[in-house]
Design a protein around this ligand. Structure first.
Ligand SMILES: [Zn+2]
Length: 119
């Protein structure tokens, strides 16, 4: 499923939020570049968690999917070392859940993403 995209008006609104967040972080940090870096990194990390969930949760889903799929890639059916596996979401906004993901090789994941872009 293709991810929802912002229309021109929504993109404008998103850019305003980004500008406001930047201004707020610069205001908080003042002239301290290291502090600005730390604030920016913290906000970045929290927003990524909103989108992807926390690493421990994804690791847990990965392990369960690996067992569920019998250690095989859901795309090519070949052996899949869990350490080199990636979770592919059917519908990105639904997150990294058991029901919404398949475990695949990195190369298989890239192949799937390319295919999705051309549909
Ligand atoms: Zn594969």
């Amino acid at each position: 499923m293709a991810n929802r995209r912002l229309n021109a008006d929504e993109l404008l609104k998103a850019n305003k939020v980004v500008a406001a967040v930047r201004a707020a972080l610069e205001d908080l940090a003042g002239d301290d570049r290291d502090l600005l870096f730390a604030y920016r990194r913290k906000v970045f990390k929290e927003l990524i968690y909103d989108e992807r969930g926390k690493p421990m949760m994804r690791r847990d889903v990965k392990q369960k999917k690996w067992v569920q799929q019998g250690g095989k890639c859901a795309h090519c059916g070949e052996e899949l070392p869990v350490a080199y596996s990636e979770l592919d979401r059917f519908n990105a906004p639904d997150g990294y859940t058991i029901e919404n993901t398949e475990l695949v090789h990195h190369v298989c994941h890239v192949e799937r993403q390319k295919a999705k872009r051309y549909t």
